[in-house]
Design a protein around this ligand. Structure first.
Ligand SMILES: [Zn+2]
Length: 238
C-alpha cells in the first residue's frame, strides 16, 4: 500500500497495527460503541475507532472537553495565580526564583537562529518546547514577564483545580493547548504551495511538553497556599 504523504521526520509512521487490543471482530473498545476499527492488511489499527480516538486525542476524555481559560472557575484560578505571582515578582520573593531562571533560559533559546522554523522544531524535545515559547517571545513580541505569568497561571490551574479535569491526559492537553497554543505546524506543503495548517497535538508530545511546563512553571507548596487563600478571599469565603 502506498500513500501520497511524504515520510514523517524520523520515519515515525506506525509500521504495524496494534493487534493486541482488537477483539476478533475488530470492534472499538469504547463501551457502547459498535464502530469497527480501521482495517490493516493483517489486523486492525489501534484500540478505538476513528471518531472515538479523535475524542481522546482532542480532549483526553470521551464525555468532557478540555476546559477553556474563560470558563468561570478556571478563569478565577488563572487570574488569581497570575496576580499572586506578579506580586511575588515585585517583592522579589525567593520562591519564584526558579521561574525567573526558566524565563531567562527561554529568552536565551529564543535568540538562537532557526528557533522559529517549524522544520527544525522536532530536532529534540527541548528544541520543540522552546520553539513554542519562541513564538510568544519573538513572533508575537510578548513581554517575558507576561509569558512567565501566563505559563505559571496555566500550570497553576492544574495544580489548584485538579477536580476540573476528567483525566490526566485532559490535564496535559489543557497545559499544551491553553499554555502553548496550536499543535505543531505541519511540515507538509499543500498543492498550492502554502504550508498546511497546524496539526493536532499528538498525545505523546502533549504529555512530554506538559511535563516540561510543570517543571518550569509549577508553583511550590507555599505559593499554592497563597493562591488558594486569595481564591477563597475573592469568592468571599475567606
Ligand atoms: Zn468507537
Amino acid at each position: 500500500m502506498t500513500t501520497s504523504f511524504p515520510p514523517r521526520i524520523g520515519g515515525t509512521e506506525r509500521q504495524r497495527p496494534a493487534l493486541k487490543y482488537a477483539n476478533p471482530k475488530g470492534e472499538c473498545s469504547r463501551i457502547g460503541c459498535n464502530n469497527s476499527l480501521r482495517r490493516a492488511p493483517d489486523g486492525w489499527y489501534g484500540r478505538f475507532c476513528n471518531p472515538c480516538s479523535r475524542l481522546l486525542l482532542e480532549h483526553g476524555d470521551f464525555n468532557t472537553t478540555v476546559p477553556r481559560l474563560k470558563d468561570e472557575s478556571i478563569a478565577l484560578l488563572y487570574q488569581t495565580t497570575m496576580d499572586v505571582v506578579l506580586d511575588m515578582v515585585r517583592k522579589q520573593d525567593r520562591e519564584i526564583a526558579g521561574h525567573a531562571w526558566s524565563i531567562q533560559r527561554c529568552e536565551e533559546y529564543a535568540g538562537r537562529p532557526g528557533m522559529g522554523d517549524p522544520l527544525l522544531a522536532l530536532r529534540s524535545d527541548t528544541w520543540l518546547y522552546h520553539h513554542y515559547i519562541h513564538h510568544k517571545l519573538k513572533t508575537q513580541e510578548q513581554a517575558p514577564l507576561d509569558v512567565l505569568l501566563h505559563l505559571v497561571g496555566v500550570v497553576g490551574v492544574t495544580q489548584l483545580g485538579p477536580q476540573y479535569f476528567a483525566t490526566p491526559d485532559q490535564m496535559d492537553l489543557f497545559l499544551v493547548k491553553r499554555g502553548l497554543g496550536h499543535g505543531l505546524p505541519s511540515i507538509r506543503v499543500s498543492a498550492s504551495g502554502k504550508p498546511a495548517p497546524h496539526g493536532r497535538w499528538s498525545m505523546r508530545r502533549a504529555r512530554l511538553l506538559a511535563r516540561k511546563l510543570r517543571g518550569d512553571w509549577g508553583l511550590g507548596p507555599q505559593s499554592q497556599g497563597r493562591v488558594a487563600e486569595e481564591v477563597l478571599r475573592r469568592v468571599g469565603r475567606g
